[in-house]
Write a protein that binds this ligand. Sequence first.
Ligand code: 6R9
Length: 648
Amino acid sequence: MSDKIYDVPAEWAKRAFLDDHAYRAKYEASVRDPEGFWGEEGKRIEWFEPYTIVKNTSYAPGNVSIKWFEDGVTNVAWNCIDRHLPTRADQVAIIWEGDDPSQSRSITYQELHDEVCRFANVLRNRNVEKGDRVTIYMPMIPEAAYAMLACARLGAIHSVVFGGFSPDSLAGRIRDCGSKVIITTDEGLRGGRKVPLKANVDAAIAKASDVEVDHVIVVKRTGGSVDMKPGRDVWYHEAADLVTSECPAVPVEAEHPLFILYTSGSTGLPKGVLHTTGGYLVYASMTHQYVFDYHEGDVYWCTADIGWVTGHSYIVYGPLANGATTLMFEGVPNYPTNSRFWEVIDKHKVNIFYTAPTAIRALMQAGDEPVTKTSRASLRLLGSVGEPINPEAWEWYHRVVGEERCPIVDTWWQTETGGILITPLPGATRLKPGSATRPFFGVIPQVVDAEGGVLEGACEGNLVIADSWPGQMRTVYGDHERFMQTYFSTYPGKYFTGDGCRRDADGYYWITGRVDDVINVSGHRMGTAEVESALVAHPKVSEAAVVGYPHDIKGQGIYAYVTLMDGVEPSEDLRKELVNWVRREIGPIASPDLIQFAPGLPKTRSGKIMRRILRKIAEDEFGNLGDTSTLADPTVVDDLISHRQNKK
Ligand code: 6R9
């Protein structure tokens, strides 16, 4: 914890939407009268049929049901595009910056309209209708945003799968939501390297043989050669040539699903987090405006990938709902050089910059010079998301990148929450490095102890949210039981975030990280169970247990304890083979950083692996193993300690 406090800069106190006093008053109003508050706020988007019911939500055990603006009718693509046309047809909606610094494009709202309509018509010609699921497996190119908005325009439900996931992971996601249409590109391009997206789609379809995929729409990106299956596969540019740039936006109910996004939990396969239309858009739009203090004419850049929720809410939906100019970046922070982010900021005069602690830490290691040789004069506000930001990285971001004039908004939220829940507001909140500070409007965080008792004042425990907000997920796709079990059974009547948290005497929240079996690697969520099941699928592995350990750049690294089949000898080659195996099974983000071959794992007499002990060993805290007396064979612990792998 850092005890430094940064006051709101004078310039900010003047320009921002809200000062501290206004924040407190508005927050009070939002929790005193949610119906009145959101009833007004819901009008920030356009409705074809206005709502009369604002909030209809219940966290009741066994009967969780979440509905906002339920009798309203609208369309997300209409709100993100058409309604801006009378005033902003020629304003740039999307600035695209390619992996190769010589490539960039600007797309106006009129062009966005035409492109999205064309894409929607291509889908409509392939029988995509309201409620159908469409899988999008694409790199960061404007066509990915067109594809998302085209689905929204038709009332189809998109499921974006991160381009770094393997064919196996993609197959699981196609199967789970039964999507008959897949949109991809020939290849992706990141950091100068090509990613065989279309070939991965072909492999995934072969694996998901129980699902009938009718159409694969392929956008040409690199021109690399791909196999096209006649009748199933179509080049987007050929199909788009045959359609018009007009396509009506299909009116949908506020609770009509907008998208599914798969995310890792503590058990089982990734869950399909389902977000719906009206409440999600109102919340994404409102948070984007206030948290980033977005004003007319600002150029806004979020570096996330559209494969993650941050890309959904804060590259596409929030900014476009607000008529903003949003920058989409295809590349990576260190290609061609470590100055890339800052050069892009200068090139496009970016005012608001939102990135992840892992990127900040990696760039910090490269020293100040790659930053200071750029101007960054356009920058006004910095943001952070994805994991706790350590105070050292915060200070560097503030001092070197923002030259002490840009506030940092450390935004805490989750795939499940749809938008930011705990965050500073730049004109209102004094900052403490490492703290996400205070709740956004309408959000009621509570800190509870293990028994669910609500703690008051300064305290530490688990973070829950006491009542619903409009951006909240509505269900796990196809499995409402799992939704209730995962989020509402630990502390009945409350939404359990899975995060630990401390609240200080000023009422500031400090997120301490996951308290469940989810690890956060470079801001990406991985379930330990997923990595374990990939490892045990290898013929030489008998058992595996995976935990997180502190990693200087990634935040957490993946530490795997592996027990081999009888007769198999541990070796460096086998270690490499297992790392590659997991990369192939799940994707590069799941690669174990350290593998320890363990003849036995610490188990209770009932056979449960005691992860607490494995975590302590991986964290290098042998002195503090706690009670080991319930272990079936306490001697395995000594062997584990003596063969601990060293951090990289
Ligand atoms: C938006 C996103 C969610 C988990 C969340 C928490 C961690 C995100 C954070 C943060 C501390 C922040 N997290 N933002 N922890 N401070 N500002 O990242 O969604 O991928 O679902 O991850 O990330 O542990 O529970 P998602």
